[in-house]
Design a protein around this ligand. Structure first.
Ligand code: ZN
Length: 417
């Protein structure tokens, strides 16, 4: 008999997400490895075994206080948020109301809103202040079942301010339980002082920011907002190639408002993920089909902006493009960190099935941030990041909305929420 540090037993549904080591695509997106009356044995913060309760308890024993009876409950891997901008200062509820009243992007900018208004507040904040502001957000994310999150810089837009934001992410990772995967996004917008010198700003990102970030090992990825009026295809390519040379794997905000070829660029540079993709066309879809890129869909943003064109999740799945979901948590276009809300929107608006949506916030999201070696499934050797839900099934988790269904959150074998 082996000794376990933690045993979770009698889960009504244990969704292991076990299976291939690559992102799940097509029909595999709905294979979530359900075990009825399931159990998980945890040793040294890792999953030692997951299977039917009678088999696991025949092999593993734990102290009574280290056994959790999950009768009637769903148990899943901890959720992975593949896309957040959670380090920010200030909020933009005035802009939210202006938008509801029909204000245009330009009118919002003239009223002091938009990304640049957050840039002003982030530049004025110290690193310690940014950390202090982000800590309760991370605690709340954890309490809603998110145990790993990708986090982008991109509200600094100068070398020292981008470094400040990435150092804030590094410091947060040390003090909070959620695992953070840092992405450099100096190409989130062009700052005001470069408004008439956009090419010079691209040069600054390539020649100064990327080397500074890489040298300090502050980021895993380099991301760019490839969009009409922000960064063109050629500028995005130059930035992502420079990032790659410096060891930062490419990610891209693509086809959010106009299909300008961001999906094709993602395939061309071998991006780990292409994100948003609301307006992707058939050419973009075909390009992604051939490559390893994960499509990270962010339907919370479409919802929050009151838009009606959601990313074509069904087409991606039918064409065999792996789909992940993220919150896009940010103060301007999606003030939500709760992936349960995203599951609901993914089902009702993107017509994803509950199983496909769960894959999208676990194993495929882990692939979208190159963390699948450690998280995203409940298989031996993975980190014991587990959520026990008040819901009895994956279907129920997606069916009920507007309440927090995460009951117990376990991070690396420890109860954290
Ligand atoms: Zn984003």
């Amino acid at each position: 008999m082996n000794k376990a540090d933690l045993l979770i037993i009698h889960a009504a549904e244990l969704a292991t997400l076990r299976g291939s080591a690559s992102p799940r695509r097509g029909k595999d997106q709905s294979e979530i490895g359900i075990i009825p009356d399931g159990a998980v044995a945890v040793v040294d913060g890792m999953v030692a075994a997951a299977g039917p309760t009678d088999e696991i308890t025949a092999e593993y024993k734990a102290k009574k206080s280290d056994v959790i009876d999950a009768t009637g409950k769903l148990v899943t891997p901890g959720l992975v948020d593949a896309h957040t901008h959670l380090v920010f200062a200030g909020t933009r509820e005035e802009e939210f109301e202006l938008r509801l009243r029909g204000a245009s992007y330009l009118e919002i900018a003239q009223a002091g809103g938009g990304i640049l208004s957050t840039v002003d507040k982030v530049r004025a904040a110290s690193k310690a202040e940014l950390v202090k502001l982000a800590r309760p957000r991370l605690r709340a994310m954890l309490a809603h079942g998110t145990t790993t999150a990708e986090v982008k810089s991109g509200y600094g837009l100068s070398t020292p301010d981008e470094i400040k934001c990435l150092e804030a992410i590094r410091d947060l990772a040390k003090v909070e339980a959620v695992d953070l995967i840092p992405t450099f996004m100096g190409a989130h917008e062009v700052p005001r002082e470069f408004a008439n010198r956009r090419t010079e700003y691209v040069d600054l990102v390539i020649q100064e920011m990327i080397p500074a970030v890489a040298e300090r090992r502050l980021a895993r990825f380099c991301d760019v907002f490839c969009e009409v009026g922000v960064f063109s295809i050629d500028q995005s390519r130059a930035i992502l190639e420079a990032g790659k040379k410096a060891g930062l794997a490419p990610k891209i905000h693509a086809e959010e408002f106009k299909p300008i070829g961001g999906a094709e660029l993602a395939a061309e540079v071998g991006a780990v993920s292409a994100d948003h993709l609301m307006m992707v066309n058939d050419r973009g879809l075909r390009a992604l089909k051939r490559g390893p890129t994960v499509a990270v869909l962010l339907p919370g943003t479409t919802y929050f902006l009151g838009a009606t064109t959601y990313a074509p999740a069904r087409k991606f799945i039918e064409e065999g493009v792996p789909v992940a979901l993220g919150s896009d948590f940010n103060p301007g276009t999606c003030m939500n960190f709760n992936l349960q809300a995203i599951l609901s929107i993914a089902c009702t608006q993107l017509k994803m099935t509950p199983a496909e949506a769960l894959t999208a916030v676990t194993v495929n999201a882990a692939h979208a941030c190159a963390a699948a070696e450690f998280v995203g499934t409940l298989e031996p050797g993975k980190r014991a990041d587990v959520v026990i839900w008040s819901a009895p099934s994956v279907r129920y988790l997606c069916y009920q909305f507007g309440v927090n269904q995460a009951e117990t959150v376990i991070k690396a074998g420890n109860k954290v929420g």
